[in-house]
Design a protein around this ligand. Structure first.
Ligand SMILES: NC(=O)c1ccc[n+]([C@@H]2O[C@H](COP(=O)([O-])OP(=O)(O)OC[C@H]3O[C@@H](n4cnc5c(N)ncnc54)[C@H](O)[C@@H]3O)[C@@H](O)[C@H]2O)c1
Length: 351
């Protein structure tokens, strides 16, 4: 890995990943292509703005001309695609942009990478690519649909997405697969469980609840709060992606998870306890339509084949997350205004 295109690097996981790259790889160039939608925040990268190895470009992954210009300028050997519309609730109210960005944007990146990396781009039968190039698609466990009380998602679980968001991510995964099967493109797909940690936009469960606790506002919990997710600290997701980039077998899918199943209500109560607030703040609101009940990741493949394992337990990860939000109140305050507040009203008013 020398010249890396990271897309969506101003978002939650992408910005953590860029920090991780710069801290752990000396001689690299990282180009962050991000459209700066409501979820993109350059404050997430303020501390590395002056690092000569980091370069920001504002733009759309679906803008083929721009992506071609970037490939011409940087001769990337690696693409890691985080860019996406990522919030399930928003996908329910406005699915169109999810398909445009998550599916067509992915196809644009793949196609430009193929053109640049194929040894003979004009020979449609050639499956030969330059040495050492790789496209990594950052996907999600939500593509597998929902589980009952038992069982886990493995890489061979059939895809059965239930929301417009997960349908768009599953569609993108199929496009990535097709570029491997049809053209022999060097790709990996990673499917991770729910992440938490620094720089997460406060529409997602954990930062939303921490923020509301600090402001003594109600904590809106969907339905009975017994939806179970498998939580992973974001830095562990970053180490897993780096491991797959370095050692992942081409064409393979790797699930990423930390064996940390927790009900939403359990997380909310933990945050209340850690911030010294009362459970009276909990407000049960009408459940999300089609809300998946349980996700759980079987991480056997990445742990046994590639030797990856998470460094954080749920306790250490949550403690450091809550501490980070307490210490970065101004980061949160800057976000919790304008568009986000309007959105918040639309999603939760009257529930
Ligand atoms: N958050 C999770 O728990 C989780 C778990 C598994 C997988 N994922 C996947 O990881 C990726 C990143 O998730 P996140 O939580 O950091 O999301 P996020 O919403 O915080 O960040 C997404 C970023 O993509 C950018 N973006 C959106 N549309 C774009 C476009 N057309 N062109 C360029 N940039 C664009 C946004 O500006 C933002 O910076 C997503 O693909 C998501 O599906 C997330």
């Amino acid at each position: 890995m020398k010249n890396i295109l990271v897309t969506g690097g101003a978002g939650f996981i992408g910005s953590n990943f860029i920090h991780y790259l710069l801290e752990n790889y000396g001689d690299i160039q990282v180009v962050n292509l991000d459209l700066l939608t409501y979820a993109g925040n350059l404050d997430n990268l303020a501390d590395i703005r002056e690092d000569g190895r980091y370069h920001f470009v504002r733009g759309d992954i679906h803008d083929r001309k721009l992506v071609e210009e970037l490939f011409d300028a940087w001769t990337f050997d690696t693409v890691v695609n985080f860019a996406a519309e990522s919030h399930v609730d928003r996908s329910i109210t406005n699915p169109d942009i999810f398909l445009t960005t998550n599916v067509l944007g992915t196809q644009t990146l793949l196609d430009v990478a193929k053109k640049n990396w194929k040894l003979d781009p004009d020979d449609k039968y050639s499956r030969e690519f330059k040495e050492g190039v790789k496209y990594l698609q950052v996907s999600t466990d939500e593509v597998y649909g929902a589980l009952g009380p038992t069982g886990m998602f493995t890489e061979t679980t059939p895809l059965a997405p239930n929301s417009p968001y997960s349908a768009s991510k599953a569609s993108a995964d199929f496009v990535v697969r097709a570029y491997d099967k049809t053209y022999g493109m060097p790709v990996n797909i990673t499917r991770c469980s729910n992440n938490y940690g620094p720089y997460q936009f406060p529409e997602k469960l954990i930062p939303l609840m921490i923020n509301n606790c600090l402001a003594d506002k109600n904590l809106p919990v969907y339905g009975d709060g017994m939806q179970i997710r498998d939580w992973l600290y974001v830095e562990d997701h970053c180490t897993a992606i780096a491991t797959v980039l370095e050692k992942g077998r081409l064409g393979e899918v790797y699930n990423i998870g930390g064996n940390n199943e927790r009900a939403n209500i359990e997380i909310v109560k933990l945050i209340l306890e850690n911030t010294g607030k009362s459970e009276d703040l909990i407000l049960h609101v009408k459940d999300r339509p089609g809300h998946d009940r349980r996700y759980a990741i079987d991480n056997t493949k990445i742990t046994t084949e590639l030797g990856w394992s998470p460094k954080y337990t749920f306790q250490t990860g949550m403690a450091s997350t809550i501490e980070w939000y307490l210490q970065h109140k101004s980061w949160m305050d800057k976000i919790v205004s304008g568009e986000y507040m309007n959105y918040y009203e639309t999603m939760y008013a009257g529930r």
